[in-house]
Design a protein around this ligand. Structure first.
Ligand code: MN3
Length: 201
């Protein structure tokens, strides 16, 4: 198997009450697992079987749509589990906190713009905080399982924070109330992990 489902770094119950355990079980164990299985089927016997998921994303226009959808799904969800944690939330400080203020004015303003990117994504997709080639932060949004690493993305950069706004991420607990899900999600953002990703390279 070229790609494997990473284990959740916490129990499925750990993000309660903000993200319910049934959603976590299905989202990780069924949805993410299916992306991994379908990605492995799509790359089987091909050279891309030996590439990292990041390398595949960066040249995604070269590959069939099954690789784009399932490879994106694998990359995006792997990041999503990592940037959440129980007893998290709060406000980032240090270099990341400074960079957020430099790019967006205040942390509150950043949260407002990021939430708007998630609420405004029509249908299924993701909201992102990315670091661009010059090291500056920006907010973007992608449809389906696309991401800002992909050569097809309108706004390109390295994702350091991502929010899944597919209905499968929130519907069991929040039904149609995507804004309520996003408001609650801030309580489980693992800013230490986001800061690590901001500091990398
Ligand atoms: Mn999802």
């Amino acid at each position: 198997m070229a790609f494997t489902l990473p284990p959740l770094p916490y129990a499925v119950t750990a993000l309660e009450p903000h993200i319910d355990s049934r959603t976590m079980e299905i989202h990780h164990g069924k949805h993410h697992n299916a992306y991994v299985t379908n990605l492995n089927n799509a790359v089987a016997g091909k050279p891309e079987e030996n590439l990292s998921i990041e390398e595949i994303c960066k040249n995604i226009s070269k590959y069939p749509v099954a690789v784009r959808n399932n490879g994106g799904g694998h990359y995006n969800h792997s990041l999503f589990w990592a940037i959440m944690a129980p007893e998290a939330g709060g406000t980032p400080d240090g270099a990341l906190g400074d960079a957020i203020k430099a790019a967006f004015g205040t942390f509150e303003e950043f949260k407002t713009k990021f939430a708007a990117a998630g609420v405004g994504r029509f249908g299924s997709g993701w909201a992102w905080l990315i670091k661009d080639a010059s090291g500056k932060l920006a907010i973007s949004s992608t449809p389906n399982q696309d991401n800002p690493l992909m050569d097809v993305a309108e706004v390109k950069g390295t994702p350091i924070l991502g929010l899944d706004v597919w209905e499968h991420a929130y519907y069991l607990h929040y039904q149609n109330r995507r804004p309520d899900y996003i408001t609650a999600w801030w309580n489980v953002v693992n800013w230490n992990e986001v800061a690590k990703r901001f500091a990398a390279k």
